[in-house]
Ligand binder design. Structure first.
Ligand SMILES: *Cc1c(COP(=O)(O)O)cnc(C)c1O
Length: 404
């Protein structure tokens, strides 16, 4: 049996560090609201074409200030993170261009987008070429990357920070900064794009600040604060955001259209809550990491390791414990707590996946959620927790189901 009160005494220094980050990012958000004079009338929204949607426009200003980007797109017309990444790739890349991933194979749902897995609508089917360079020992392969990019024929360098369904570590902002600096010494023109999913507000800096040209993520993860009911964001260079806007809507219309359909208030309120909600998710992850390691499972990251994203891996080593734990997280959730998840096929994923998502918003993973593909070494990817207390209660239920 785990004594939670004793455990919390041990992990307290780690929890306190999170409070400092939450305070820093809260200031960032509040000052951006104030600088842009966010007002009650911005909660109003448009319908139809969505011309002159001042709420939508102020949201994009606020995002630009937070990310220190020239421009941004924050839209509910983006279905998800995958969609925002897809529209960005199709917006920027042209037939004959080369996209080079330097963080290994991208997230599962992008395989058909890029054409790693056949799809007649993939980038590959339009003649966009794709290359990748694997990480070595969880860091960039500097030698290979610099050798490849110095020829200047690469249109886009793609970097995914969070590990996705892999066993590697996630990429910190310092590692990102360091590789971008080195790339820029030999190549000034390749567009550097970052998949920032799960990493927003985990530390005090974001990718554009360290030299990325474009960066995207989902609003049903970190930045939606558990309140935005869907959507995604892309931030970055003005000319790139324009291209992406024209792909999202239509050439000639771009960012000027897109009705906010009553989404302005939840997007703003979610962003306002996001620093502390991300903090709660991080605290839930720290507690989970400590407890599961005490119980003899391998975990990544460890409770006192620097965190880059909100994802906590638990390496169960067998399908039974993975299933039971995931089922327990579902049982400890506020919504559909009586459902028992089973592994099943998911669109965009190769293996069967088991998912606990007892969430207010379908598929929201800033809410306490846990999922894992049924393949060796049977890793649970747990993330979220709208409050630390609900996160803790979810964990306790999962431990009970696990028989611990
Ligand atoms: C979740 C995730 C995505 C895709 O986001 P969705 O909103 O689920 O489509 C892409 N990349 C990474 C690293 C992710 O974690």
């Amino acid at each position: 049996m785990i004594n939670i009160i004793e455990t919390e005494k041990i992990i307290k220094p780690e929890l306190d560090k999170i409070d400092d980050i939450v305070f820093f990012n809260s200031k960032k958000v509040l000052y951006a609201f104030q600088k842009n004079s966010v007002s009650e009338y911005h909660f109003n929204s448009t319908t139809g074409y969505g011309y002159n949607d001042v709420g939508r426009d102020v949201i994009e200003q606020v995002y630009s200030d937070i990310f220190k980007s020239e421009d941004s797109l924050v839209r509910s017309q983006f279905i998800s993170g995958t969609h925002a990444l897809t529209v960005s790739l199709f917006g920027i890349l042209r037939p004959g261009d080369i996209m080079l991933s330097i963080s290994g194979t991208p997230y599962d749902t992008l395989h058909e987008v890029i054409g790693i897995k056949d799809n007649s609508s993939s980038l590959k089917s339009f003649g966009v070429k794709y290359e990748e360079i694997d990480l070595v020992n969880d860091d960039f392969d500097y030698e290979k990357i610099l050798e490849r990019v110095k020829t200047n024929d690469i249109k886009m360098i793609y970097i995914q920070r969070s590990k996705g369904y892999s066993t590697r570590k996630s990429i910190s902002i310092e590692e990102l900064e360091s590789i971008i600096k080195e790339i820029r010494k030999v190549n000034e023109k390749a567009i550097i794009m970052v998949d920032n999913c799960y990493c927003e507000f985990v530390t005090t800096k974001e990718p554009i600040e360290v030299g990325a040209d474009i960066c995207a993520g989902s609003l049903i993860k970190n930045l939606g604060g558990g309140i935005a009911p869907n959507g995604a964001y892309v931030v970055g260079k003005k000319d790139l955001i324009e291209l992406i806007g024209e792909r999202l809507t239509a050439p000639g219309e771009g960012k000027e259209v897109g009705p906010s359909l009553n989404m302005n208030k939840p997007i703003l309120q979610g962003l306002f809550m996001a620093p502390s909600v991300v903090g709660s998710a991080l605290k839930t992850a720290i507690l989970t990491s400590y407890v599961l390691e005490e119980l003899g499972y391998k975990v990544e990251p460890k409770y006192n390791e620097e965190r880059v994203d909100i994802v906590q891996n638990i390496i169960f080593g067998n399908p039974e414990d993975l299933k039971k734990y995931t089922q327990g997280i579902q049982m400890g959730s506020p919504i559909d707590s009586n459902a028992i998840p089973e592994a099943s096929d998911m669109p965009g994923y190769d293996d069967k996946v088991i998912m606990a998502a007892g969430a207010f918003t379908q598929g929201s993973s800033i809410e306490l959620s846990c999922d894992g593909p049924l393949r060796e070494p049977y890793i649970a990817y747990q993330q979220g927790g709208l409050t630390y207390e609900y996160g803790k209660l979810g964990l306790l239920k999962a431990l009970e189901r696990l028989g611990k």
